[in-house]
Design a binder for this molecule. Structure first.
Ligand code: FES
Ligand code: FES
Length: 156
């Protein structure tokens, strides 16, 4: 099966796709975009989070055929010439250790601060509830999201 999908603003095509293949597999193995990570492949960890038509989804749970004609934005598509403020905040605040959870967390955090630049801690925790990190203990991730939101709000 052939799949046509816009990824990070570019029209892409993948051939010989098996109907049961996931969007995550297509992104990583067919389109050369390894930013989205495969940790559980069961919708449990959030490390594969991407935008599908502007809605964050676990790409391991989306069948490749479901994205025909649609728009996907991955963690690679958040940066332009420099890191997106959310990405920079994760670096600055030490919110990355092994980094496996980071792409999904960044997409989820990006979505949150697109919706509000003054999230409460409860809102941050809720927004990131589907993203599991084995390394950081979450406090530095919270710091990073707070910093990115403040930057977006123009507070810092
Ligand atoms: S790899 Fe998709 S949710 Fe874990
Ligand atoms: S930094 Fe290692 S899983 Fe989160």
């Amino acid at each position: 099966m052939r799949v046509n999908v816009t990824v990070n603003g570019v029209q892409r095509q993948a051939d010989d796709v098996w109907p049961g293949e996931s969007l995550l597999y297509v992104l990583r193995e067919r389109l050369g975009l390894p930013g989205s990570k495969n940790a559980c492949e069961q919708g449990e960890c959030g490390s594969c989070t991407v935008y599908l038509d502007d809605v964050p989804v676990c790409s391991c749970l989306v069948a490749a055929g479901q994205v025909e004609g649609r728009e996907v934005r991955t963690v690679e598509g958040l940066a332009d010439d420099e890191l997106h403020p959310v990405q920079q905040a994760f670096v600055d605040k030490g919110a990355v250790q092994c980094g496996f959870c980071t792409p999904g967390l960044i997409v989820a955090a990006h979505d949150l601060i697109e919706r509000t630049t003054e999230p409460t801690d409860a809102e941050i925790r809720e927004a990131l509830a589907g993203n599991l990190c084995r390394c950081t203990g979450y406090e530095k991730i919270m710091d990073a999201v707070r910093a990115a939101a403040a930057k977006k709000a123009g507070v810092v």
